[in-house]
Write a protein that binds this ligand. Structure first.
Ligand SMILES: Nc1ncnc2c1ncn2[C@@H]1O[C@H](COP(=O)(O)OP(=O)(O)OP(=O)(O)O)[C@@H](O)[C@H]1O
Ligand SMILES: [Mg+2]
Length: 325
């Protein structure tokens, strides 16, 4: 893996200047941009509470978990804070495929002076732990029990990690940081929305110092985010269109909460819809391709009705487009 040249933050940055928040706070940062530092997304809008929570994580060594519905910007929020602090990051997705051995390490056969020998190759956790790296466990609530057991050891208070099979103890680097994102608050898939999530152990949840929430934003903020991501829509007509799109997204969220719909539009889907509407030059067709076709067939009439309400015109039938082409 990559070598990290600088061992600790060597400057501080102002939260006001860097994140546009109205607070007098300086936080440690690196002056050098290592290969593991995420790219800056200049269009990213920082949420005040979440940013302050994450900064406490970086500067005060708090373990921060970010919870919220899908596509609200949790994973990117952590990365975008790290990007501005030049903090090296490693994002590990805990969905079904990652195993305990990926995290801890495994014995591998290597060739040394012409002989085959077994050598322990360390996994992600011991590697990151010894470096000034922010380790992000993404989809934390989808982790398998054997993986969660490894993380449990990592979360023990003194910052030491025992490699059981190796009889070795690793002391965490002073600037190693730990973050997680999750869709649920550890209760599992209660509303049927997050298939594959697990019920989390409360003793383990308890070991996170800060739990921040990032859910859907006020309409105007969401419009600003979409326009920032698709700048071609940043004129009066474009903003009107995005306003109607976000309004529709909010209707699907209300419909979902009321039990009328089984899927809802996330901010991520709104951004995709906006991009697709530029691509096709047709907001209705883009809507069908970005969201409607994903809905349950019997719910499509409800969603088409939402469209009519927000755009003041009927959504053209799929057959109308096939005739046109
Ligand atoms: N505040 C924001 N400013 C700019 N873009 C944003 C913002 N929030 C979300 N986005 C965009 O929305 C998309 C979804 O974000 P992200 O993948 O981080 O969501 P998530 O909450 O991690 O979703 P999931 O729960 O599905 O993992 C990204 O393309 C991101 O750039
Ligand atoms: Mg995510």
């Amino acid at each position: 893996m990559t070598h990290i040249a600088v061992d600790s933050p060597d400057q501080t940055v102002s939260v006001r200047d860097t994140f546009g928040l109205d607070v007098d706070l300086e936080v440690p940062a690196f002056s050098h941009r290592d290969g593991l530092v995420p790219e800056i997304d200049p269009a990213y809008r920082f949420n005040r509470e979440v940013t302050l929570a994450l900064l406490a994580g970086f500067s005060g060594n708090r373990r921060v978990m970010l919870q919220g519905l899908h596509g609200t910007g949790k994973s990117t929020h952590i990365e975008q804070v790290a990007a501005r602090l030049n903090w090296p990051c490693l994002r590990v997705n805990l969905d079904g495929h990652i195993s305990r051995m990926d995290l801890v390490g495994r014995d591998a056969i290597v060739l040394q002076e012409g002989k085959q020998i077994t050598e322990f190759q360390e996994g992600i956790v011991p590697w990151a732990l010894r470096r000034p790296v922010a380790l992000i466990f993404d989809e934390y609530d989808a982790g398998r029990p054997d993986v969660m057991f490894v993380i449990q050891r990592l979360l023990e208070r003194d910052g030491r990690f025992t490699l059981l099979d190796q009889n070795r103890v690793i002391q965490a680097h002073a600037w190693f940081r730990l973050f997680a994102t999750a869709n649920t608050v550890g209760l599992g898939n209660v509303n049927g929305m997050y298939h594959g999530t697990q019920v989390l152990n409360h003793a383990q949840l308890d070991r996170w110092n800060i739990i921040a929430t990032l859910n859907y934003l006020p309409q105007q903020d969401e419009v600003d985010i979409v326009v920032a991501q698709v700048p071609q829509l940043d004129d009066e007509r474009g903003r009107d269109q995005v306003g109607a799109m976000v309004e529709l997204a909010n209707l699907t969220r209300q419909g979902f909460a009321a039990g009328d719909l089984s899927s809802l539009m996330s901010p991520r889907t709104v951004i995709t819809w906006a991009e697709n509407s530029r691509l096709f030059g047709d907001v209705g067709l883009a809507f069908r391709l970005s969201f409607l076709n994903r809905c349950d067939e019997i719910e499509r009439t409800i969603v088409a009705e939402y469209y009519e309400r927000c755009f003041g015109e009927e959504l053209a039938e799929a057959s109308d487009w096939s005739e046109a082409t």
